[in-house]
Design a protein. Sequence first.
Length: 381
Amino acid sequence: MVADRAVWAELIGTVRAEIDEAIENTLRGTRTLPTYEGVSDDAKRALVAHSYTTVLTGMQDRRRPDGSEDGEFFQQAGETRGRQGVTIRDMLALWRIGLENLHALARRVAAPCPDRDALLLEFLELALAWDDFAMMHVAEGNRRGELSVAREIQHSQTNCVRRVLSGTASAAEIRAAIRPLGLDPHGSYHAVRTRPMPGFEMEAIERFLDADGRQRAGNGLLALIDGDACGFIATLPRTGPPCAVGVAPPAPLVAMPSAFRQATRALDTALTLGFKGLFEIGDLGVHPALVTDGEVGDVLLRRYLEPVLALPGGAAIVKTVERYLVNDRSVDITARELAIHPNTVRQRLGRFETTTQRSLRDTEAVVELWWALQRRHLTMP
């Protein structure tokens, strides 16, 4: 230290006495920081004044901050601003403006002396050290505040989505919850449901469906419910997803429970079949019933296929019967496809009818057999 204690104490004391100048200059600097617009001048003035007091108190003893310093004030300040929507970038910019104004004030009030330049250099070095200490804690607090707000928003959105999809929200509640998110409470939306997977986690799903209520509003809202991304969107994406997504035709929000059940059945069916893409329940034919009504399929499987599969050559008989149905019950086409004689086809069909005691000319039997065959495909490893 090149300046004696008295000179240093005089500088710190004079800066304290004139600190209002630096405070007001710093407040003017907030006008260039957009996220501070929602913070009152009184709140900003109190924070800047307290910050200067804390920094000057530490500098008074000509020491740098160490592990014994308590940064709680700065953390609390950062958390408060984070919850108010002030970005960490603007907070750090304000601290840098404050440091510049503090140093400018010190240069203006420092008394002439042989060691004046060294005195001001020491002042700047210590101010930088305390500024770094404060900014580190401010950044930590700001992040904590942002995460707290994000959790609250996510919790609120999850509750909103859950209540809309389950039908427990009244029309008035829907309007109150949806309007602030930029959504039309009277609009029509597609119920959607998909299952996150590696490479297509919740954030990627939100981007794909354009339904991240925290960043963008206007298309819809999603929430993680029972492990699935569930919600409603106004417009479906034009590109295909890398996994199955169940959707429903557009419906008003008050009708979402029924639409969501359709989207859920579409997703369950697509996942069972190993399909990828956007699927409405109507796109999947009778497969949703096959997947949902597994008991019926199992009964038909036992009635039509298990007795035949137990026969010698039973697998060939079942394959022949299935191709016979696919080929519109044409013996000749089935024979050519399987590279066997037509009489072999007829023989196998006869053994099937004898074993099951059902005629392949009977429409009801054909429908039940087809159901059994599809159920077998779904349950085969």
